[in-house]
Design a protein around this ligand. Structure first.
Ligand code: NAD
Length: 460
């Protein structure tokens, strides 16, 4: 186990600043080598990563590959496109700037801080790190102390494969986080809850440090009648109960057209059985709740509405069965805060306008799901709601598409990442304008007398 002493934080930052000043990270070949190094390190430690995730979340091996080690796809994507991303891009100039040329140069920010959550504790640290490396920064990483086994394995891998003057891990909880936040960074990338996001932004404001905040919220899932019911049921069951519902983009609650509600619920019941057997507690494919605190919070939600699927729980194992609840009121606590667990409330609507009004009465969600083949309905929902992202006729898969920027809006976050968006997040885009010497028109120089008509013409 490798831990970095909190008292060394100043040293680590100073060393990274010195390393950054050498200009080494600006070399694109160096960045590609480091991304390859990261990929190799992950492959080499695959087994330990899977074991750590199993110890923290009882995460099934397949889910660990799909949603955590699968971050390798992001590394490959960055390696493939990096040369193109780092090239200065020509910008157009208008006719009155005919003697000029304009370009945009991406440049690294410096030393960045990445703070991660516990639910996908490996991916949500490594994925932003890929962006930080690709853009040519030094990075300090603070994984979540709550997924402690994964935090240790990240610290071990990084210490073994990277110079701490380039990339370093600081392990620990709120104290470590706050000690880091007291320092000046060139960017802070935070993934976690909205309440802590506000603390991060307040700390960053002290130094005018830019932030990316990847936060949570209640992501609605609308189910219309114009669907393939069987596929819809499977995709919702998977997206809701993967990682025992502890997914920032899990469908938080269903908004179902009244005429299809009974069929949908019957189907969900069958599908939960098909996925996890008669007793999901015995399924090797079903995760556990991360901590007693979160278990207690979730069990309290079971008092709301009427449990129609699941509801069983075992405190000693931190197990909560895949659960669906009906007849919830909007005032119930389960509809007031992000659920972040395997509990799915079902709310019916008669007219889509009711579903849209409900969504718009709440803070803007990270994800919005719509199951419908009806193009007009798709258009209406896209136009009349706002969310970090939208996925139509599926759940959670938008996270895996590197060409789509991933992030929230309003309460669900600020900024985005994945693929080129990660590179942009960790870069400053420097505008460079160049004039030439072959001509020097005098229309902007004093004395101004007689020049106003020309200026007016140019502006017109
Ligand atoms: P959290 O906000 O409690 O913790 C996240 C990180 O912040 C941890 O590393 C923790 O040590 C640190 N932290 C906690 N309290 C702090 C404080 N007072 N000051 C400074 N640092 C502090 O979040 P969590 O419980 O780990 O994760 C769950 C939340 O994260 C959910 O709301 C979920 O929706 C959200 N989330 C968002 C995304 C996304 O991509 N947008 C992904 C995963 C999780």
């Amino acid at each position: 186990m490798v831990t970095t002493e909190l008292r060394n934080i100043d040293n680590i930052i100073d060393n990274q600043r010195d390393f950054f000043k050498t200009g080494k990270t600006k070399d694109v070949t160096f960045r590609i080598e480091q991304l390859q190094n990261l990929k190799q390190a992950i492959i080499e430690h695959e087994r330990s990563i899977v074991e750590a995730l199993q110890a923290d979340l009882h995460k099934p091996e397949l889910e660990s590959y799909l949603t955590e080690i699968g971050v390798i796809k992001e590394i490959d994507y960055a390696i493939k496109h990096l040369k193109n991303w780092t090239k200065p891009k020509k910008a157009a100039v208008s006719f009155d700037f005919f003697s000029y040329s304009a370009q945009i140069y991406p440049e690294p920010l410096g030393v960045v801080l990445i703070i991660g959550p516990w639910n996908y504790p490996f991916n949500l640290i490594i994925s932003p790190l890929v962006g930080a490396i690709a853009a040519g920064n030094c990075a300090i990483i603070k994984p979540s102390e709550i997924a402690s086994h994964t935090s240790h394995i990240i610290a071990e891998i990084i210490a073994k494969h990277f110079d701490p003057a380039y990339i370093a891990v600081v392990e620990g909880g709120v104290e470590a986080s706050q000690k880091l936040l007291a320092e000046k960074f060139d960017h802070i990338f935070f993934t976690g809850g909205t309440a802590v996001g506000k603390i991060i932004m307040a700390a960053a404001a002290k130094y005018l440090t830019p932030v990316t905040l990847e936060l949570g919220g209640k992501s609605p899932c609308i189910v219309d009648t114009d669907i393939n019911l069987e596929h819809t049921i499977r995709r919702i069951t998977w997206g809701k109960f993967i990682n025992a519902g502890q997914t920032c983009i899990a469908p938080d609650y269903l908004l179902v057209n009244k005429t299809i509600k009974k069929d949908l619920i019957d189907g969900l019941k069958k599908c939960v059985k098909e996925f996890y057997g008669d007793n999901p507690a015995n399924s090797p494919d079903y995760a556990r709740i991360i901590s007693q605190k979160h278990f207690d919070r979730l069990v309290n939600f079971l008092r709301d509405g009427e449990v129609i699927i699941g509801g069983e729980n075992q405190p000693s194992e931190r197990y909560i069965a895949p659960t669906v609840i009906d007849n919830v009121s909007l005032e119930d606590s389960v509809m007031q805060e992000e659920i972040f667990g395997p509990i799915l409330p079902v709310i019916e609507y008669t007219d889509i306008a009711e579903a849209i009004a409900l969504i718009n009465s709440k803070p803007k969600p990270l994800a919005l799901y719509l199951f419908s083949q009806n193009k007009n309905l798709q258009k209406r929902v896209l136009q009349e709601t706002s969310s970090g992202g939208v996925c139509i006729n599926d759940t959670a898969m938008q996270f895996g598409v590197s060409s789509l920027p991933f992030g929230g809006v309003g309460d669900s976050g600020i900024g985005n990442y994945h693929g080129k968006a990660s590179f942009d997040t960790f870069s400053h885009h420097k505008s460079v304008l160049q004039n030439s010497f072959w001509l020097d028109l005098k229309w902007r120089y004093a004395p101004y007398e007689g020049k106003l008509p020309l200026i007016k013409k140019l502006l017109g």
